[in-house]
Design a protein. Structure first.
Ligand code: SAH
Length: 452
């Protein structure tokens, strides 16, 4: 029998959330997840089909010259007509990769508890806008909303709304189905930043936007899970003549294929993005991530709230992480663009720099540590005790292993948070006053969850 530590009755309620809802839909944990880290530019698995996107990119290169890796990534992933994310569902066993919320409901439930815990820690503001960037199939938000529903007595005076930033028409359709059962209204007013709205199964309003800037300001709690890794990166290489940007050109030996080339001279990008003290020979920089973090930091500085970012990544020490996945296998990044996912590890040290000190940051902390601090072991035990089905037990244990095993997702994925400075300052004072160890890391997940 699992014992819940004293003083955590609300957490106990949350960890005891009704479980039939999701688990019965997912019995099999896929053998591979998207973000296994292999070196970039591995063997191609298929021939080189000339996709519509390849034709488009070749036309572009012929007209205006080689393109940056960032431009390539942006086109391949989010071109409105043929972009990879735009018109099909790539998540899950039948797709190209699987993510933590798709593997186990426990993941989203613990994230839901994190938001309630932070909402409480910031003085229970009257409104709670949950803003998810890149919500995939809507599974994570759905699991979070189930926790909010379970903790209704705590949140009943709070005006909750959901704001989804999603560029893909196909995925937003799936999100709407997951979250509202399909009861949505497409916004016909082209001047409105909201392109779709609906009401969740529990009556919470949900709005869809294409960009973060469109989300109304207010006390927002932001979430980005496996979102930053999809943002376009620039690649640079050190040469004897100095730094050069890596570009993509038409392969002179195979005119229906693309290849990497180096810019013949330095460009404004090399000047602007490479730090003087840079020690690596290959560097990837994601300016879109930098801009987004600046926006999040400004909003949190002005309005409070918090942001939780979870992704695989590093602290400014990795070099070559640009890679592609198709059907859960590594794929050549330049072959058949538009038919496979493109991704690069998130540089958390860069994200931290780009907050420009406007907010406090916590992490990156390994997923296994974050989830342990959030009480994953207690939750697992509750679910195991609630079921006598051996297949269910197997699924629960397998998915726990996938999330927590350091060789699987446990060490590769990291949690990183942005918080208003006052949030930590207040807690630090408490630490000084009380000298208690448990308060020295007062933000749930980054320290053990303490929730009275
Ligand atoms: N968070 C989900 C899905 C991750 S896949 C999960 O963990 O399961 C990346 C998500 O980001 C998809 O929903 C994709 O459509 C969205 N996305 C990618 N680039 C985007 C952009 N530039 N703007 C908004 N959404 C984007």
């Amino acid at each position: 029998m699992t014992r819940l530590p004293a003083g955590r009755s609300l957490l106990a309620v949350a960890l005891g959330v009704s479980w039939q809802h999701r688990l019965l839909r997912h019995h099999v944990v896929p053998a591979a997840w998207r973000r296994q880290c292999f070196g970039a530019g591995s063997k191609a698995e298929d021939s080189s089909p000339v996709t519509p996107l390849l034709k488009h990119l070749m036309f572009k290169i012929k007209s205006t010259g080689p393109i940056t890796v960032a431009e390539y990534m942006r086109e391949v992933l989010t071109n409105p007509v043929k972009g990879y994310y735009m018109h099909h569902d790539m998540l899950g066993e039948k797709g190209d990769f699987v993510t933590s919320p798709e593997i186990s409901q426990i993941f989203g439930e613990l994230i839901g508890i994190w938001y309630v815990s932070e909402w409480m820690a910031t003085g229970k503001p009257k409104t709670l806008q949950l803003v998810e960037l890149g919500p995939g199939r809507g599974t994570l938000t759905d699991d979070i909303l189930r926790v909010f529903n379970q903790l209704g007595s705590l949140l009943n005076k709070c005006d909750i709304s959901i704001h989804l930033v999603e560029v893909s028409p196909k995925l937003s359709e799936i999100q709407a189905l997951t979250l509202t059962g399909g009861k949505i209204q497409s916004e016909l007013d082209v001047t409105s930043p909201v392109y779709m709205k609906g009401i969740s199964k529990a009556g919470i309003p949900i709005f869809w936007y294409r960009e973060l800037q469109d989300v109304p300001q207010g006390t927002c709690f932001y979430l980005a899970h496996e979102f930053f890794d999809a943002l376009p990166i620039h690649k640079f290489q050190r040469t004897e003549q100095g730094w050069r940007e890596v570009l993509i050109d038409i392969n002179p030996k195979a005119p229906d294929q693309l290849c990497f080339v180096l810019a013949p001279s330095a460009t404004p990008a090399t000047e602007y993005f490479i730090q003087g003290k840079e020690a690596r020979d290959h560097v990837e920089v994601c300016p879109d991530a930098g801009i987004l973090i600046q926006r999040l930091a400004c909003r949190i500085q002005e309005d409070g709230g918090a942001a939780l970012i979870a992704d695989y990544g590093h602290n400014g020490n990795k070099t070559d992480t640009f890679r592609s996945f198709r059907s859960h296998k590594l794929h050549d990044v330049l072959i058949a663009p538009g038919t496979a996912d493109l991704t690069a590890d998130v540089d958390f040290s860069y994200l931290q720099t780009m907050t420009q000190g406007r907010v406090a940051t916590l992490g990156p902390l390994k997923q296994q540590e974050f989830l342990k601090n959030m009480g994953i072991d207690v939750r697992l035990q509750v679910l195991l005790q609630n079921s006598s089905d051996t297949a269910m037990h197997k699924h629960l244990l397998q998915s726990y292993d996938m999330l927590m095993n350091p060789k699987k997702m446990g060490d590769r994925f990291n949690f990183f948070a942005l918080l208003p400075h006052q949030r930590l300052a207040r807690s630090d004072q408490k630490v000084n006053l009380q000298h208690t160890k448990s308060l020295s890391a007062p933000v749930a997940g980054f320290g053990e969850l303490v929730w009275k």
